[in-house]
Design a protein around this ligand. Sequence first.
Ligand SMILES: [Zn+2]
Ligand SMILES: [Zn+2]
Ligand SMILES: [Zn+2]
Ligand SMILES: [Zn+2]
Length: 362
Amino acid sequence: MAASITVMELGFVQECEPWRLRSPQFPSKVGGRPAWLGEEGLPGPERLQCGVCKKPLAFLLQVYAPCTGSFHRTLYLFACRDPACHRAGENRSYKVFRNQLPRKNETYSYGPPPDSPPPGEDPASFQLKCGLQLCRVCGCLGPKSCSRCHKANYCDRLHQLIDWRAQHKVVCAQEADVRGVEAADHGFLFPEYELVTEPEELDCDTSLTDDSTMSQMDVESMSSNVPSNLESSLDDLKLNEDDLTAMAKHESEDDKAFSRFKKRISVEPEQVLRYCRGGDPLWISLQNVPAENDIPNCECGAKRAFEFQVMPQLLNHLKVDSLQESIDWGVLAVYTCAANCNAETCYVEEFLWKQDVSVDTM
Ligand SMILES: [Zn+2]
Ligand SMILES: [Zn+2]
Ligand SMILES: [Zn+2]
Ligand SMILES: [Zn+2]
């Protein structure tokens, strides 16, 4: 991994015409409803539940990231909307999926995507080309439908209830065909943006390799300075001094990690994403950095490698701040199958590691 010089791509949010963020454009985007790539094997409601509260997850972002062997390839990240599910050390409130399609497929044209909005397309379409119905709230598979009109679909009873109150009660009573009606604002989706990327340009004193080597060294030096209980026969005063020294060192090492994080992003402070398949994440802290065996292998048996990280700056664009608890993270690092195993007729689940902003660095 460290041997090859790979360029980090930085991601930024940008306002964009909605049609450019729909499936035929193969977008990278934040918020709104997912722009599904393949129509086969979409994750159903049971795979899109929050691991903590079991409620449906909200679509956070997707990255279009073709690679050798995959003409089309998109990664999807979902997150729970409930701040209570985002406690420190908790990553079950996130899910990541990977899907791929060959260039020649039954859903999209072989040539480049159209450069103008599709004529007469229904902007409120909740139906895939293949006929599958999507939930009117979250845009994920909607196997349940309104028992009265059978024209409004939902992933879950909870979303049916939200939509009933916001819109469907009226539309259903009017016996209008809800499929031609634009969806209500349920306050469930994150604001929608295009995600544009550009290569990271580094100051000459912040080289890529330096940075990652240093952070690894820091992690090692930190663990070798953890006070050991084996020396408990030493007198208490001596031990306390050792403890204090170790703690002070730990704190200053962590400050250093945070300074390095800030310095590295200061060149492009608006970055919300860092993408580099097989590269190294930029950690915000030395605490809670995953060891190699903290990253589970893909279900195919291959190792997973780092592919991208979501930066805390994205939170500024999501309107999730509240006076009480709010959704928060330091780094969301996504690891994907290094073998890029087959995901052409299914959505393969990948792995996310969350690093919190430690209290003492902020
Ligand atoms: Zn939850
Ligand atoms: Zn839903
Ligand atoms: Zn109805
Ligand atoms: Zn795999």
